[in-house]
Design a protein around this ligand. Sequence first.
Ligand code: SAM
Ligand code: SF4
Length: 465
Amino acid sequence: MNVPAYEYQGPLKTIVDTRAVVELVPTPPPSARALQDILHKARSLKGLTLEEAAAILNIEEEAELKMVYQAAADVKERVYGRRIVLFAPLYISNYCSNNCLYCAFRRDNRGLKRRQLTPEEIGKEARALAEQGFQRVLLVAGEGGPGADIDYLCRAVEAVYRYSPLRIVHLNVAPQTVDGFRRLKEAGAGVYQCFQETYHPPTYRLMHPAGTKADYGWRLTVMHRAMAAGFGDVGMGPLLGLYDYRFEVLAAISHARSLEQAFGAGPHTMSVPRLRPALGAALKEVPYPLSDTAFRKVVAVYRLALPYVGLVLTTRERPELRDELVDMGISQISAGSCVSPGGYAEPEEPAAQFEVGDHRPLKAMVAMLLEHGHLPSFCTACYRLGRTGRRFTALAREGDIQRYCLPNALLSLKEYLVTQGPPELREQGDKVIAASLASIPDDHLRNEIARRLEGICRGQRDLHF
Ligand code: SAM
Ligand code: SF4
């Protein structure tokens, strides 16, 4: 048997000490006084200890939860301002040699129509997304399938750049070796994202009975391999609903801290995927269903514990909850997602990974964000200019993120409005841009942004700081 080398020398418990985390799960909620102290500390962007995070996860009192949500919203605003970054997933293959019980792509789902896109077909999908106004995509694939090895993945990344004007390609694909990750980086990949699904080893074994993914350690060490190979930015997050969400959130925070210790930078993003029904999945019920209140707590605790980590919310959730959560700590959202390969160019493709909860197209999401006073951003500058990993974290800690991200959000939104954006959004978008511009205290920066905004009106593109 081919035993994968993790290329991580330490014991797995130095990444996540699951026994220690189990003991923290029943931590009682904090007293009123202790809660105030914890939230005060979190507002000053110092994060939370695991004990503090556990205590907050056990709060049930509505009034206290409101205080927690408000603190999360304040932290989001301080670090990220009103910006919300938009992206779309691009499914390139639904072949899979694993058998994850919850997923429609699993090997034993004989009813699923399998498809693996060619580079040209990937280009067609990418162009369909670019025509809507997207600038960044997340390539998603099952593991294995005809030719679905590292060569295929590299060709897929290159195809997006070759055949479409999209500016950055992120990845949510199977864990690779360090060498494999180096090649993906060279092909032009931005963020590498991979979900541990569950940090609870017995649940992990149960949910992943076959294939490479059955090896808990191979997956737990993946971020270390990706970062060692030069991925400054990695994204993570357990799949919520497989096990006790309190355990999963605490374990994910520990995982993030272990990256910080090893590489001087934690994950770039934390996602909050919640289990959805999937046609042909072996799992017929959610093993540990979590309520919307529990889900809100998860978002708030991540935001307070990891203030500089981007929080990603996908279209797995329904519109009302998504609209609420962008006010409370989320900094990136997907929109108009299709979760089957080829589905953007040929919308009736019936090979989806799970049921989508929010079907609104990009323009409806932009309209909602503008209406709620957010600043939709299509910026891709940091990845392309190498402001990633430790460099990005240092900028964020010094508050400098505002010097880059806010101007780039304004420029990228303006470009969207004058190119693909629907005319009815232009007036409202321009108002939001003008108000944000006026809020910038530095005269030189403000004038420079105004000059570039005019440049975009005159036909200049891809202007960024
Ligand atoms: N195959 C690769 C893997 O498993 O890491 C990457 C792509 S996989 C399609 C992306 C993610 O979809 C998985 O990591 C899992 O968390 C999520 N997923 C699978 N089935 C799901 C379901 N029924 N509901 C919500 N998310 C699901
Ligand atoms: Fe395959 Fe990923 Fe689905 Fe598991 S979650 S069956 S590895 S596509």
